[in-house]
Design a protein around this ligand. Sequence first.
Ligand SMILES: NC(=O)c1ccc[n+]([C@@H]2O[C@H](COP(=O)([O-])OP(=O)(O)OC[C@H]3O[C@@H](n4cnc5c(N)ncnc54)[C@H](O)[C@@H]3O)[C@@H](O)[C@H]2O)c1
Ligand SMILES: [Zn+2]
Length: 392
Amino acid sequence: VNDRDGSEARAKVDAPFQVGYVHRLRVTRGALRPDNGALAGVLPPRDEGRSLVFIDDGVARAWPDLADRAAAYMKANAAPPGGPVQTVPGGERCKNDPAALERILAAMHDARLCRRSCVLAIGGGAVLDVVGFAAATAHRGVRLVRIPTTTLAQGDSGVGVKNGVNLFGKKNYLGVFAPPWAVVNDVELLETLSDRDWRCGFSEAVKVALVKDAALFERISGSAEAIARRAPAASEPIIADSAGLHLRHITEGGDPFELSRARPLDFGHWAAHKLEQMTDYRLRHGEAVAIGVALDTLYSREGGFLGRAEADAALGCLEALGFALYDEAMQDTATLLEGLEEFREHLGGALTVTLLRGIGRGFDAHEIDPALVRSCVEQLARRGCGRRRKAS
Ligand SMILES: NC(=O)c1ccc[n+]([C@@H]2O[C@H](COP(=O)([O-])OP(=O)(O)OC[C@H]3O[C@@H](n4cnc5c(N)ncnc54)[C@H](O)[C@@H]3O)[C@@H](O)[C@H]2O)c1
Ligand SMILES: [Zn+2]
């Protein structure tokens, strides 16, 4: 057998192999009440390893007895605790601070967790990302059960297979693909979110609907005001369907670890990730995603792929949910456009950006015209000014 360099391989083996996973998702209310069996039903066997609980400090403040309830619940249903409940600083700072990751790993080490042990992570997307990264790398992977506590984490990242932290000023530079052992969405925990964090999850719901599911988009549009008012009957089914679409993309989409170039769930994210960085995380991920989705929707229209009415419906829906579609940081379009190259580099290979040819119909584009992006940014700026004038 001749190798590329002409030298001869003594043997050649190309043996494909698969690894099987089960994605377990439960939706419940009051997951950590002693009589609620939803979480107990998906915890790893009690006689294997130990358990350790991590909780987002924002969640612990909002629910002062939750850490104790988690400890009692795990004592009754999980492997023996390897240590006390650990608090992790909530929000993006835990992904930006290497010391936070180190403390989490040290707690896992001190608890003498083994690969069959169970880490329970309770928190927003940021805490789940960093605890997930630590769990996936300690001993090359400890079982991780997630209780996501934000709309964004319940509808998107909690069911995802990505874990990671920010490094070198870049979002998610350090990370791994690792499916969780189980995910339990507890709708009750969402009650204490700020309005701002409440809203954030719905930009990801709009994102996935625009790319994959026109009927879901219609439902979000039709109930946007009720969602903004936090009416549970309007919001809970949307979060559930968003989680379902994200989960099915992973389990049935044929590319859970994103080996191909297409990344439809990253619609709007090249700009979103760059804007988070440019604003020093003043913008939340969900807020930046709303802007990124608006930008790539406008771009789809200006590029001649998407109709005017459909683009207006998408932007109108995001605004009705309460999102601003422009941020002053976007004045620096040159830096914003660097986000395209960073996005390409993060994915690998040729640039692939999802655009829309209809509501619910994403497609892959491999070229983005910077001049057209600039013109879309200007349109969003004018639209933002118009809305501010109307509001005042
Ligand atoms: N891994 C993935 O696939 C994936 C997908 C999308 C987003 N993300 C990441 O998720 C992060 C954003 O997560 P997020 O939007 O969930 O917000 P977040 O984790 O940044 O949390 C926002 C704030 O809400 C607080 N909080 C969380 N739950 C609360 C509750 N129930 N009551 C009161 N306060 C609460 C937190 O302490 C924090 O201060 C970003 O880092 C983003 O990159 C990851
Ligand atoms: Zn996202």
